[in-house]
Design a protein around this ligand. Structure first.
Ligand code: DC
Length: 228
């Protein structure tokens, strides 16, 4: 099977819409590979912090992205261990600050270009579930199934709030909503690969829909299209 024949389910949408959960379930159910493209941007942002590079220094950030020495390892518990130059940054990249760094460096066109080939390498048999913002529009425009998963900003902030509370973090709901709206605006308005549904994407609003129902809908569509 050459790479172009490997089926891809591309899942795009704003932060907190449920893409991560959906993609993990799909990859597990199908036994396909999983690309968490946001993690690559998060690692790039965090690598800059560790290397003392300002996110505003586009040339230096691009060099970091080009030579990113990152490793993703899945523990038996299902948890993903992320190391940069041998240092565990799994937690650091998941903080709100990590998200801000990712969204900032992701707006640099040369950084996106530098990470393109690396993302396409994940397309390996028997198939790939790709989670991101531009999976269906830029990285895998020939994906046979594209999903755009969205939810209202209020619902996404509420979900994030509950997640952080569970982790014992002290957070404010209005502040989270503000952060989400700010990040959405940056992701949607950037010049290169802005967050938007591909023309041929199946758009699903998960504001009122449990993730199990979203999963069932995507699996049904994958079956209809002969992917599984
Ligand atoms: O999915 P996430 O929250 O881990 O992504 C973090 C940031 O990275 C997000 O604000 C936008 C950016 N990103 C992107 O620009 N393109 C992608 N394919 C994935 C993420």
């Amino acid at each position: 099977m050459n790479r172009a024949q490997v089926p891809v389910i591309a899942v795009d949408g704003p932060s907190g819409a449920g893409k991560g959960t959906l993609c993990h379930r799909l990859a597990r159910a199908l036994d396909w590979h999983l690309l968490d493209s946001g993690a690559l941007y998060r690692v790039t942002g965090q690598a800059c912090v560790l290397d003392g590079i300002d996110w505003a220094d586009h040339d230096a950030v691009t060099e970091v992205a080009r030579h990113l020495q990152v490793a993703f390892e899945t523990a038996p518990t299902g948890e993903v261990l992320v190391t940069y130059r041998g240092r565990d940054i799994s937690r650091a990249i998941r903080t709100e600050e990590g998200g801000r760094g990712a969204s900032t460096v992701a707006a640099i066109p040369a950084v996106r270009e530098a990470l393109l080939a690396r993302q396409r390498e994940f397309r390996q048999p028997p198939g790939l579930v790709a989670d991101g913002r531009d999976m269906g529009t830029v990285v895998f425009p020939d994906a046979p199934l594209k999903v755009f998963l969205t939810a209202s900003a209020e619902e996404r902030a509420r979900r994030r709030y509950l997640q952080l509370l569970e982790k014992g973090e002290n957070v404010s709901l209005p502040r989270l909503l503000e952060d989400i709206e700010e990040r959405d605006a940056r992701d949607r308005s950037r010049a290169v690969a802005p967050l938007m549904p591909a023309e041929d994407a199946v758009v699903i609003d998960s504001s009122q829909l449990p993730i199990e129902d979203v999963f069932d809908r995507v699996m049904a569509t994958a079956r209809e299209r002969g992917l599984v």
